[in-house]
Design a protein around this ligand. Structure first.
Ligand SMILES: [Zn+2]
Length: 271
């Protein structure tokens, strides 16, 4: 299941292929959206925005195409006029001068204007996007201090897209490891230093995963492990999916439990 960094990296590829290009066509598989095809094709894509796991294809005429991939949706970038090598069904296509961007299998697609975006049932509920360039540690710190969140378990809160959008299961374990906090802690039990550390780790680890294509481990350590011949799967994360293995930092044994989904932690570093 892709998380914020994977979605943003996919969006970067779409953006590079289509933003600013004159369009040959825009196509929807759903009859209810066909009425927009001509108008959108006469415009250009101005930006591709991600909000958690949702994607907004913004057009210069003020309309945007909302899409959420759920479990099955998948984007492809192909040379103009080519089909993607897949047996999935095409749901949304933007055909540009050199490349086409094609969305297959997704069923959650809509055309929205500015008001439609502001009032959209899913987007409306989302917290700030974790990869937004304007999100600060101070803002996250303030959110963590909100009394209504004081009793939420951190393991649950970090997966709650209304708190911050774009954190999924691997990021949750890795953020808590970086912050040195057990998954069972609650915001109300954190002192100011712990809360600030968590706010910083949310940004640091997610941005690192975006920059390094999914690596959340200490970047220097990841390079050393690679040199030592350790597989990508084992050098990628500090604790996620490393249950029973020695912690890279303290050599203690990484533990795991089912808290909402499977969470991993090091008792030595997070105790
Ligand atoms: Zn440790």
């Amino acid at each position: 299941m892709p998380e914020g960094p994977e979605i943003r990296r996919a969006a970067d590829k779409l953006q590079k292929a289509i933003v600013g290009a004159p369009l040959r066509a825009v196509e929807f598989a759903f009859a209810r959206l066909k009425t927009y095809e001509e108008e959108l094709a006469a415009s250009r894509v101005s930006a591709i925005e991600t909000r958690g796991k949702a994607l907004l294809t913004h057009f210069a005429n003020g309309l945007s195409v909302y899409s959420h991939n759920q479990l099955y949706g998948r984007w492809y970038v192909v040379k103009a006029g080519k089909l993607a090598n897949t047996s999935r069904s095409l749901r949304f296509a933007v055909r540009g001068s050199t490349h086409d961007i094609l969305l297959y299998s997704a069923s959650d697609i809509d055309v929205l204007d500015e008001v439609g975006i502001a009032t959209h049932a899913f987007l409306h509920k989302l917290g700030p996007d974790v990869l937004s360039a304007t999100l600060t540690a101070g803002e996250l710190d303030a959110r963590l201090a909100e009394p209504r969140l004081a009793r939420r378990r951190l393991a649950d809160l970090l997966l709650d897209q209304a708190f911050v959008a774009g954190i999924g299961n691997y990021l949750r374990s890795e953020i808590l490891f970086d912050a040195g906090l057990l998954p069972t802690r609650r915001p109300g039990s954190l002192d100011a230093l712990e809360r600030a550390a968590l706010a910083r780790s949310i940004l640091t680890i997610t941005r690192r995963a975006y920059r390094l294509a999914g690596i959340t481990n200490d970047p220097q350590r990841a390079v050393q492990l690679k040199t030592a011949g350790v597989s990508f799967g084992q050098r990628r994360h500090a604790v996620f999916e490393r249950a029973g293995k020695p912690c890279y930092r303290c050599s203690g044994t990484v533990e795991t439990a089912q808290l909402n989904r499977r969470v991993f932690w090091c008792p030595g570093c997070q105790g």
